[in-house]
Design a binder for this molecule. Structure first.
Ligand SMILES: [Zn+2]
Ligand SMILES: [Zn+2]
Length: 139
């Protein structure tokens, strides 16, 4: 049986870096989950795109033993936070913004965070638009 209506989303979302030193909890509504294929996101991640999701800055708490991530300015008005121990790319904050963007795949539960858009789509590799091929085991 299919239950209709919006997918229930967790009240508190948690996330972490790969090594677990930097963890966070965030509450409140998720804003604008989207992919970004700009030259910074692709270079920094070593991947064709990064999925970002916004939350209010006041709703995010750093909860792990490592405290806050280490910040690097990657643009004159933008800084990104990384775990200083394992290097995981966790967050991006624009100067003066009330919002923060976390990397969706640092979250433990991505329910309801399917991307609604793709920034710098024109710069994305062409095969990003190709539907994933079926799993050969299930053909
Ligand atoms: Zn780490
Ligand atoms: Zn980007």
């Amino acid at each position: 049986m299919r239950v209709s209506g919006p997918t229930p989303v967790p009240e508190v979302r948690t996330g972490s870096c790969q090594c677990g030193d930097v963890t966070y909890a965030v509450t409140g509504p998720a804003d604008d989950p989207h992919l970004c294929s700009c030259s910074h996101c692709t270079r920094i991640s070593g991947a064709p795109t990064v999925e970002w999701v916004g939350f209010r800055a006041q709703d995010l708490r750093w909860t792990g033993p490592g405290g806050e991530p280490t910040w690097f300015a990657t643009w004159p008005t933008l800084r990104r936070g990384f775990c200083p121990r394992c290097g995981t790319h966790l967050i991006s904050v624009a100067d003066g913004s009330l919002m923060v963007m976390v990397t969706a795949f640092s979250l433990d539960d991505r329910t309801g965070l399917e991307p609604v858009g793709h920034s710098f789509r024109a710069e994305a590799v062409p095969w990003m638009t190709v539907t994933l091929a079926p799993d050969p085991a299930h053909r």
